[in-house]
Design a protein around this ligand. Sequence first.
Ligand SMILES: O=C(O)c1ccccc1NCC(=O)[C@H](O)[C@H](O)COP(=O)(O)O
Length: 240
Amino acid sequence: MRAILEAARERPGGETRVSVDARSFPEAVAETEAAGRVPVIAEVKPTSPTTEGVREDDPVELAREMVAGGATALSVLTEPEHFGGSAESLRQIREAVDVPVLRKDFIMNEDQLDVVESDLVLLIARFVGDDLPDLVEAARDRGFQPLVEVHTREELTAALAAGADIVGINNRDLGKLEVDLGTFEELAPEAPDDVLLVAESGVKTVEEARRMREAGADALLVGTAIMDGDVRQNTETLTQ
Ligand SMILES: O=C(O)c1ccccc1NCC(=O)[C@H](O)[C@H](O)COP(=O)(O)O
């Protein structure tokens, strides 16, 4: 994790401030619910420190297939060194689909928000620490919907104090890289009802998707299980 964070701190920001006309994620979730399906954010994740190999397929084609499979939104890794992502992939994907797109990266400072437009942007409470309130505000000022990621009760408290209204509870401990779906089950009851809760990481099966929904997940963020094989079929299975 240290190498990922060191690289993130070094990565340059954008030169001009972005202004986004964002596609509403809460509305997309409500539409999926109304259609009787499970809201899933499908992740375009070419590789990761916990995945073997690299998926070399065209990211835009993968994204189109995920949307065809019923994805409510997409998450696109833009971290280049450890996840095989790029800002350019995200730009092309957002142009090619009409669902909200989350920029998944390790954003450490305000300038890094200006690298590329997206509808949602990930802010990881564990890594931004006391800068979280300012980054939430800076993201909203640019038109982004911030998705604040937490893994502990303290981080959830910090996210709520920073005004987060879309919170991702990550089942993956980014210190140990271990996954435990019990993390979402433990923290979800602590969040107020008006916060949109996303269960992140480790969901592989329909049963696990149901487990997260029963624990209060408004949406699920799924990477590995969708990227492994036929992404359209995998998305269809998890959104049913
Ligand atoms: O996925 C990893 O290996 C990883 C390693 C180090 C830091 C972050 C990492 N993942 C970020 C994520 O949050 C996941 O990509 C996302 O939640 C999807 O998880 P999964 O469905 O388990 O692929």
